[in-house]
Design a protein around this ligand. Structure first.
Ligand code: SF4
Length: 755
């Protein structure tokens, strides 16, 4: 039986107090908009992708923002969304290509022609001397989907290298691999509006209030209707403070916890055997595995009271509709895929998926975290969610691209592995787009060694990031409001970003850069694009028939509806808000697959020398590597620097210098003493660069399937330090001015996590 759609998509702009959709707002008033244009678009930051209007003055410049009554955010924006527009005219935007004469010479402004010719001559030299795979490419999941599609195509058709990957490798790939193994499809099961009908939300390793703030409206809406909340997190985050059950487990023990939940659900007869029989395969192996995960054993592994495991399981088992949502806390482990699979097993065994109020999803961190992993910039993927190793998938894409199958490279390696290959001289040249590995990758000493060994490093960005600062050639690119294109938010809803203003100086879109390079490499016929729309039209055809089928999605359809959920195979297809509705999955015979998983310890368990677990994460004022938010005045003033959260039992006072030491590095942070963290764990936010970067400390051990680094747990010790390490200023292009925010000591501020 199919479930009726309770919350239809609202046409974007309907009910806005300044909307232009022709719809009367309920209050029958509307503000005048003389002397300005309102451009409907979406936020540039996280995977919520809130709708907003950018306010454009007579001079063509964006001078403000207003929320938009879009179906996703319903007039809400978070602290990052309200200031995002300021970066468009910020003083240290990259406005011209930069180049250095040698690896140690300073960067100087050059023409586009000179910059592109240097990149081309080095690509040709490196590939002729060392083979095509000696030049690599790294993309990003904040690029529009059109650009991510071109990253994959440019690497494989113009460079003909197998070495292409992207920074979603640090973010969503464990969930993506688990989704594919379990459901055969890598997408959220429901639109977020369905959350309003749930009876129980289990937030697993996700700090929704700080990382996806506007999504909290759905959580509060469900709570107002009586839904219970379980938060599984070593820290008491703002959301965990409100939970019915806060499961404060040890970092690195998630698989054991979810196996323990399922153990109790089986023992208490709270599984849905009819759903298991009709819609899944592989249950018996999971049932036999979880039989060994008694609450007592799991309590010992996770550092929990076994009675809490019993309580959560019974709460889940007796709730008519349950919703599991997870983030990086579950995923960034050497067991990240297994952690997700253990959580999925709970949802499948109880039939809590594919219905209004019964859902399962990963919360995508980057703005295009979902769309960025669908169309081929990942080392093992082709457009439409296709596999590079599948002969039929390869044949389809080769037909679309007009190339011989023998010319399509095979699967490459992951982002962290590529860095190791750079250090070994196997990859000698690199083109990076929309990523900042000098902040975002773990074990920074290894990252610096890899990039230092390159013979040619070209990097595109809107600012001189820490990674661009090390490049030989820097290519200035457009910000999100200076070009158009689509993204897919955490629900799997494809939305459209619109151009509000021209880029500064000589900045150009990344798709233009790739087309120019392709032309100079002699493959112009494969890259004839003169607009993002033309790229999107080819992407639609390339994705046709794949799991992530965009063929029926057009820019006009998105604008008219507020977003289209893929798969959308035909022009008259409405899209698919609930891909698993009615128990339909994309595995063998249309079924979901159970996967039996055993808990293993983290790569670096605590010992006598390093007895504490370090875990890292985000704070509401900053976004990922901080390349954008560490320059935005309001956000810098709100949260100027990182800190270390320590439990009172460790003996420090607020503001004390605390030296955090791992086997890879040491950083001195100011202490934030709080009982919202476990006594055996410390927390550091990771958005900062240089000597204070949390990723000086983290470990580059990888999940064997997803190749995701284990950011969320490594072993450290903490000591009383002497001087707190200072915050380095963001790099500034030669001849341009930085913004200098007022920075007061952390001790004078309330932490965002303090009650
Ligand atoms: S919740 Fe995410 S998309 Fe919405 S305004 Fe904040 S950062 Fe932007």
């Amino acid at each position: 039986m199919t479930t009726r759609v309770r919350y239809p998509i609202v046409p974007p702009g309907a009910g806005d107090f300044r909307g232009e959709a022709g719809d009367e707002p309920a209050g029958r008033w509307r503000a005048r908009a003389d002397g300005e244009r309102l451009i409907p678009t979406h936020c540039s930051f996280c995977g919520v992708q809130c709708g907003m209007y950018l306010r454009v003055g007579d001079d063509g410049k964006v001078f403000g923002v207003e929320p938009r009554n879009h179906d996703i955010n319903k007039m809400r924006l978070c602290p990052k969304g309200v200031v995002a527009y300021q970066q468009l005219s910020y003083a240290d935007r990259l406005v011209t290509p930069l180049m250095r004469a040698s690896r140690d010479a300073p960067l100087r402004p050059v023409s586009w022609d000179a910059a592109l010719e240097r990149v081309i001559s080095e690509i040709q030299r490196i590939q002729s001397e060392h083979g095509r795979d000696a030049f690599g490419m790294l993309g990003g999941a904040s690029l529009t989907t059109e650009k991510t599609y071109l990253v994959g195509k440019f690497a494989r058709v113009a460079l003909r290298t197998r070495h292409v990957d992207y920074n979603g490798r640090l973010c969503m790939v464990s969930a993506a691999a688990a989704n594919k193994k379990a459901f055969g499809l890598d997408r959220a099961g429901n639109p977020w509006a369905d959350l309003l009908e749930t009876n129980l939300i289990m937030a697993a390793g996700t700090n929704i209030a700080e990382c996806f703030p506007v999504m909290m409206q759905y959580v509060w809406g469900a709570r107002d209707r009586g839904a219970k909340l379980v938060v599984v997190d070593p820290r008491e985050t703002p959301m965990a403070r409100t939970a019915d059950e806060h499961v404060r487990l040890r970092p690195g023990t998630d698989t054991a916890f979810y196996n323990g939940l399922l153990h109790v659900l089986v023992r208490e007869g709270l599984i849905d055997q009819r759903f298991i029989d009709e819609h899944t395969v592989g249950w018996e192996a999971v049932r036999d595995t979880v039989a060994r995960y008694t609450p007592e054993r799991v309590g010992g592994i996770c550092g929990l009271d076994p009675r809490q495991i019993e309580r959560v399981a019974v709460m889940w088992g007796h709730s008519p509709r349950c919703w599991a949502a997870h983030g990086r806390g579950l995923e960034q482990h050497i067991q990240g895929v297994d952690n997700c699979l253990a959580c999925i097993n709970v949802s499948l065994a109880t039939g809590q998926i594919g219905r209004v109020g019964a859902g399962y999803e990963t919360l995508t961190g980057q703005g295009n975290g979902q769309g960025g992993r669908e169309h081929g910039q990942k080392s093992d993927m082709l457009p439409g969610g296709r596999d590079l190793g599948n002969p039929e998938h390869r044949a389809h894409i080769c037909r679309v691209w007009g190339i011989a199958e023998a010319d399509l490279p095979q699967k490459g390696t992951s982002m962290m592995e590529m860095v190791h290959q750079m250090a070994r001289g196997e990859i000698r040249g690199l083109l990076g787009m929309c990523n900042n590995p000098f902040v975002s990758l773990p074990h920074h000493a290894v990252v610096r060694a890899g990039y230092d060994a390159l013979e040619l490093h070209a990097q595109s960005d809107i600012f001189l990031s820490e990674t661009a600062q090390r490049a030989d050639v820097v290519l200035p690119t457009t910000a999100w409001a200076e070009d158009e294109g689509v993204t897919a938010n955490g629900e799997g809803r494809v939305v459209k970003h619109n151009k509000a203003c021209d880029p500064p100086g000589e900045a150009r879109p990344d798709w233009w850069i790739m087309c120019e390079l392709a032309r100079r490499l002699g493959t112009a016929d494969k890259f004839p694009f003169t607009s993002a729309r033309e790229v999107f039209d080819e992407l639609r055809v390339a994705s046709r028939g794949g799991n992530a089928d965009y063929y029926g999605i057009t820019y006009e359809k998105i604008e008219a509806t507020g977003g289209v959920f893929w798969p959308c195979p035909d022009l008259d297809h409405p899209g698919t808000p609930r891909p698993f509705e009615g128990g339909r999955f994309y595995g063998p015979e249309g079924k979901a697959v159970f996967n039996a998983v055993e808990w293993i310890p983290p790569a670096e368990p605590p010992d006598d020398e390093y007895p504490i677990r370090l875990t890292t994460g985000r704070t509401v004022a900053h976004f990922l590597s901080g390349n954008q938010t560490r320059r935005l005045p309001g956000l810098v003033e709100q949260t100027p620097r990182p800190w270390v959260e320590v439990h009172p039992s460790l003996g420090f006072a607020n503001g004390d210098p605390v030296r955090v030491i791992s086997r890879r590095g040491a950083v001195t942070y100011p202490a934030l003493v709080t009982d919202t963290i476990r006594a055996d764990t410390v927390f550091v936010p990771y958005h900062w660069s240089g000597p204070i970067a949390a990723n000086n400390l983290t470990i580059d051990a990888l999940d064997p399937l997803s190749r995701m680094p284990e950011f969320k747990v490594c072993a450290v010790r903490v000591e009383r330090g002497t001087e707190i390490d200072p915050v380095p200023a963001p790099p500034v292009p030669p001849g341009q001015q930085p913004y200098e925010p007022e920075i007061r000591p952390l001790a004078e501020r309330r932490s965002p996590t303090m009650p």
